[in-house]
Ligand binder design. Structure first.
Ligand SMILES: [Zn+2]
Ligand SMILES: [Zn+2]
Length: 127
């Protein structure tokens, strides 16, 4: 096993944050020094092919990587791009077998941040 592959697997193990290639590259660099994102991307692709890692399609075609290869779906926050695991979504589409369901939405933290910002802006308007 190459050093990169081992580092990538270590970083992903138990990682529930569904990191992007950029985030994984950054973490590998902290261990091994400079590595290019392309190298890490290739490593991730082969880990996906081996069924050790799952690729999740994020917003703007951004890939996120998940060491949990069990059956589950994902929800993505349109503000902070955080990816959440979703256990039970059921869709029933006649004559269609869904392979991946990605729910777009907004996470609780971003929602309250936006609400607070709106309240503040309202107050500023009053002045
Ligand atoms: Zn968010
Ligand atoms: Zn997941």
């Amino acid at each position: 096993m190459t050093a990169q592959r081992k580092a990538v697997l270590d970083i992903l193990e138990g990682n529930r944050s569904h990191p992007t290639v950029e985030a994984i590259t950054e973490a590998v660099r902290q261990r091994l020094g400079y590595v290019s994102p392309a190298t890490i991307y290739n490593t991730l692709e082969s880990l996906c092919r081996l069924g050790l890692v799952r690729r999740v399609q994020g917003l703007e075609e951004k890939a996120h990587f998940d060491p949990d290869t069990s059956i589950h779906e994902h929800a993505i926050c349109r503000e902070c791009r955080a990816v959440f695991d979703v256990q039970d979504i059921e869709v029933n589409i006649p004559d269609f077998t869904p392979e991946e369901i990605v729910v777009r939405g907004i996470c609780r933290a971003c929602e309250s941040r936006i609400q607070n910002r709106d309240i503040r802006e309202d107050k500023e308007d009053e002045v």
